[in-house]
Design a protein around this ligand. Structure first.
Ligand code: NAP
Ligand code: ZN
Length: 353
C-alpha cells in the first residue's frame, strides 16, 4: 500500500477537504496512474451529499471523481495494453468480471461484480470503499483503462469519461442521425455533450433550457434551436415532433410536458438522476405508443468507441479548469446551473495542498 493525496467529504454536510488515502500497490493486472485532470460530475455532488441514500448510501470519507485522465506510472507484469508514460482515461468503472452475461454483451456497467470508481466496496480491501479521481493517483484493473486519442486536449477530454459516454450511448442506441429531430433537456455537463454528439451525428438538435442566458452558447455548441422550457407557448410549438428526447436534468422537473413533444413511437431517455422520484401521467405515454427509457454510462468497448469518435470529430467538453481548492465553490455554482459547461480539476493543484 502507498499513500495518495486526495480531497474528500467527511459527511453529507461537510465541505470537501484535503486528506491522505491508501492506494494498493499495483498487482500483476493493474495500471498505476498519475491523475492529471478530473472532471466534476453532478453525480459527485449527489454522492458527496448522500442524496442517493436510499439506492446507494454514501460511505465516508467519500473521494468523488470518475472523469479521470492521467499518465501511466507503473504497470503489473501481465499488463499488455499499456506502459509507463501512456496517457489514459478511467471512467465510472474500475473493474468488472469480464465473464458474466452483461460483460459478454459489452455492458460491464451492469456486471454484478463490477467496482465503481468511488463509493463501491473495495474488493482489494485497501479501504472500505473505492476512492475516486479527486486525488493525485489511482490504481485500476487493466480492463477498465481506456486510450485517449492524442489530438485531444487533456483537461477538456476528461469529462468524456462520464458525461461523454452517458450521452453518446443512448443517442447511438436510438439511431440518431440525418432526418431525426432530437431534444436535449438541461444544458449542463451531460447536456452540452449530448448537443455536440447529436450535431456530429447530423440530427436536428433542439435544446430545452431553464436558463435563457444559455441560448447563444447552445447555438454555438451545435443546437439548431433553443426553447426556454418555462415558456409554455414555446414548448407547444414542438408538440408531437421529436424522434428522441435526452433528459439530462439533475433536479425535480415535469417529464409529462416533454413526453407530449414526442412524435408517435418516439423515445425519451432519462440520463439525469434527480434525488426525488417523479410523477408520470400514463396518458402521456399511452397516447402515441411512446417509450420512456433510462441509460447508464456505457461499457468499456463503447466508451473506447466514443473516445475514438471524439478523436475523429475533434469533440471535447467545454471546460472551466479549476484548482482542487475551488471544488466546494464549484459545487455551489453547479447547483445554480452556472457551469460552462464542465469543471475540470487540474490535479497539479493538489501538490500545493
Ligand atoms: P449539471 O452539469 O449540473 O447539469 C444539469 C442541468 O440540469 C443544469 O445545467 C440545468 O440546465 C438543468 N437543471 C438543473 N436544475 C433544474 C431544475 N430544477 N429544473 C430543470 N432543469 C434543471 O449536471 P450533470 O453533471 O450534467 O448531470 C446531470 C444528471 O445526470 C445528474 O443527476 C447526474 O447525477 C446524472 N448522471 C447520470 C449518469 C448516467 O449514467 N445516467 C451519468 C452521469 C451523470 P439548464 O440551465 O439548461 O436548465
Ligand atoms: Zn458522472
Amino acid at each position: 500500500m502507498y499513500k495518495s493525496k486526495a480531497f474528500a467529504a467527511g459527511s453529507p454536510k461537510d465541505v470537501l477537504a484535503g486528506t491522505i488515502i491508501p492506494r494498493r500497490d499495483a498487482t500483476e493486472r493493474d495500471v498505476q496512474i498519475e491523475i492529471l485532470f478530473c472532471g466534476v460530475c453532478h453525480s459527485d455532488l449527489h454522492t458527496a451529499r448522500d442524496e442517493w441514500h436510499d439506492m446507494m448510501p454514501t460511505v465516508y470519507p467519500c473521494v468523488p471523481g470518475h472523469e479521470i485522465v492521467g499518465r501511466v506510472t507503473k504497470v503489473g507484469s501481465s499488463v499488455k495494453k499499456f506502459k509507463a508514460g501512456d496517457v489514459v482515461g478511467v471512467g465510472c468503472l474500475v473493474a468488472a468480471d469480464h465473464e458474466c452475461p452483461n460483460c459478454k454483451d459489452g455492458f460491464e456497467q451492469f456486471c454484478p461484480n463490477a467496482s465503481f470508481t468511488y463509493n463501491s466496496p473495495d474488493k482489494h480491501g485497501t479501504a472500505p470503499v473505492t476512492y475516486g479521481g479527486y486525488s493525485d493517483s489511482i490504481v485500476v484493473d487493466e480492463g477498465a483503462v481506456l486510450r485517449i486519442p492524442t489530438n485531444l486536449d487533456l483537461a477538456s477530454a476528461a469529462p468524456l469519461l462520464c458525461a461523454g459516454i452517458t450521452t453518446y450511448s443512448p443517442l447511438k442506441r436510438n439511431q440518431v442521425g440525418p432526418g431525426k429531430k432530437v431534444g436535449v433537456v438541461g444544458l449542463g455537463g451531460l447536456g452540452h455533450m449530448g448537443v455536440k454528439f447529436a450535431r456530429a451525428m447530423d440530427a436536428r438538435v433542439v435544446v430545452f433550457s431553464t436558463s435563457p442566458s444559455k441560448r447563444e452558447d447552445a447555438l454555438r455548441l451545435g443546437a439548431d434551436e433553443v426553447v426556454v422550457s418555462k415558456d409554455a407557448s414555446e414548448m407547444r410549438k414542438h408538440a408531437g415532433s421529436f424522434d428522441m428526447i435526452l433528459d439530462c436534468v439533475s433536479a425535480e422537473h415535469d417529464l409529462n410536458a416533454y413526453l407530449g413533444l414526442l412524435r408517435r413511437g418516439g423515445n425519451m431517455t432519462l440520463v439525469g438522476v434527480p434525488e426525488k422520484p417523479t410523477n408520470l401521467n400514463a396518458f402521456a405515454l399511452v397516447y402515441g405508443n411512446k417509450s420512456l427509457a433510462g441509460s447508464m454510462i456505457g461499457g468499456f468497448a463503447e466508451t473506447q468507441e466514443m473516445l475514438d469518435f471524439c478523436g475523429d470529430h475533434g469533440i471535447v467538453s467545454d471546460v472551466e479548469v479549476i484548482a482542487i481548492q475551488q471544488i466546494n465553490q464549484a459545487y455551489e455554482r453547479m447547483l445554480k446551473g452556472d457551469v460552462k459547461y464542465r469543471f475540470s480539476i487540474d490535479m497539479a493543484s493538489l501538490k500545493s495542498d
